[in-house]
Ligand binder design. Structure first.
Ligand code: FE2
Length: 258
């Protein structure tokens, strides 16, 4: 079925494979957990009890994504407790963890000024996570592939949260709400596009990960999948997809700058 050699947790694996696998999984786990901490900070923008409740569910699930992936690292003999402690004791500037720049407090906090931003993040950036992390469902490391399926389903739920929240912005705030959402599409798209890294031809790291079956999909195909999903969601909200938006690789949401 797979074009790559596959592994279970107890299989012997080449040292190179184990190294790159752990690098990617620790990066994802640390980032998911830090992402959950950032989502919690957005609670201050919740306008009503329903919104606060739904956002807390999203944060809960993101903490779970961190835990699921750390569990896989533990299974391979890595003690992750210091990483957890670094994140919970110093959430604003944790040391000894690897988190994507976009989930660092100083970058994240610049993106949000009101609830419509929180809603739109899940409409515009989450589809990039759905597309990008979705590829790990086909990872050559089978425990990660199975866990990624669970995470993928929950990320789809977060996109559903974004759609629900955005529709309510329009319902409660009318034309001003719609305009606030439209105005924020571009800034979040630069982040979403940055998820995929530079194209495959330019990235030496991609070639190694791809060869090992740890990044099964070509980033250009994933970017295309993202844009199609995004356009359909924006259309459903009566919003427009801006043209010629440049990716922000500095925010690097793609776990690919390792
Ligand atoms: Fe997640």
């Amino acid at each position: 079925m797979s074009q790559w050699k596959t592994y279970e947790a107890n299989d012997q694996m080449p040292e190179e494979y184990r190294k790159y696998l752990l690098e990617l999984m620790l990066f994802q786990a640390d980032s998911e957990f830090a992402g959950a901490q950032r989502v919690m900070e957005n609670m201050k923008y919740a306008p009503r009890a329903e919104e606060a409740h739904m956002l807390s569910q999203k944060a809960f699930e993101e903490f779970g994504h961190g835990k699921y992936i750390w569990d896989l690292c533990e299974e391979l003999g890595v003690d992750t407790s210091q990483r957890v402690q670094a994140l919970v004791t110093n959430p604003e500037n944790p040391q000894g963890v690897k988190i994507i720049n976009g989930f660092r407090k100083e970058n994240w906090s610049q993106l949000f000024t009101q609830w419509s931003d929180v809603a739109l993040f899940s409409v515009v950036v989450t589809p990039a996570a759905v597309a990008f992390l979705g590829q790990y469902k086909d990872s050559s490391y089978l425990p990660w592939a199975r866990t990624s399926y669970k995470i993928y389903k929950e990320e789809q739920g977060h996109l559903g949260f974004g759609m629900w929240a955005a529709k309510r912005v329009i319902e409660f705030d009318g034309e001003k709400g719609r305009q606030d959402l439209q105005d924020a599409v571009e800034k979040f798209m630069t982040v979403g596009l940055g998820f995929f890294g530079r194209s495959a031809q330019e990235s030496e790291h991609f070639k190694i990960y791809h060869k090992l079956g740890l990044k099964p999909r070509d980033p250009d195909d994933l970017r295309q999948e993202y844009l199609e999903l995004l356009e359909s969601k924006l259309t459903e909200l009566g919003l427009e997809l801006p043209k010629n938006v440049e990716p922000n690789f500095e925010m690097q949401l793609g776990y690919s700058n390792t």
